[in-house]
Design a binder for this molecule. Sequence first.
Ligand code: ADP
Length: 161
Amino acid sequence: MKIAIYPGSFDPITLGHLNLIKRASKVFDKLIVCVMVNAQKHPLFTTEERVEQIRLVTKRFDNVEVDSSNAFVAEYAREKGAVAVVRGLRALSDYEKECQMAIINKKINPDLETFFLAASEKYMYLSSSAVKEMAAFGGDLTDFAPRELIDVIQNRVSGGL
Ligand code: ADP
C-alpha cells in the first residue's frame, strides 16, 4: 500500500488545501493529512480544532486520514510507513523553501520522496493567512474556505468562539 503524508499548519484548512487533498488522494492508496504542531507559534485554532475541522471537510474521502504530530515530517513518515510527502507549489515564493525542506527530509529519510502538486489556477494565491485577513475585514469567504467552516473562522477572527 502506497501511503503519502500531507503535512502543514492548516490554520485553517482552505479550499486550496482541499483541492490538493482531493487530487493526491487519487494518486496514493492512503493519504494522511497531518497537522504539524510546531509549524506555527500562535495559531488561530488549536491543533485539536484543526484536526477536527479537517476530518469534517474530508469525510467524503475514504482513503484520507487526519492526524497531528510534533515530530519532524521525515520521521513521522517513517513511523507511518509512508513513501511520499505531498506539498503544494503556488507562486515562485514557495519553491525555494519547499526544495530546502525536500532536501532535508531526504537526508533524514532517504526512502522518502517529496511530490509537488502545482496549485490549481483558481487557488494559486490562496493561503490560510489570506483567509484570516479576509475574515478580519468581514469579507465573503465562500470561494476560499470550506463551507462548513466559514462561520467558525469568522467568529474566531472576530474574537468569538
Ligand atoms: P506550512 O506552514 O507547512 O506551509 P500550510 O498549511 O500553509 O503549511 O500549507 C501546507 C501545504 O499546502 C504547503 O505545501 C503549501 O504550499 C500548500 N498549499 C497551501 N495553500 C495552497 C493552495 N492554495 N494551493 C496549493 N497548495 C497549497
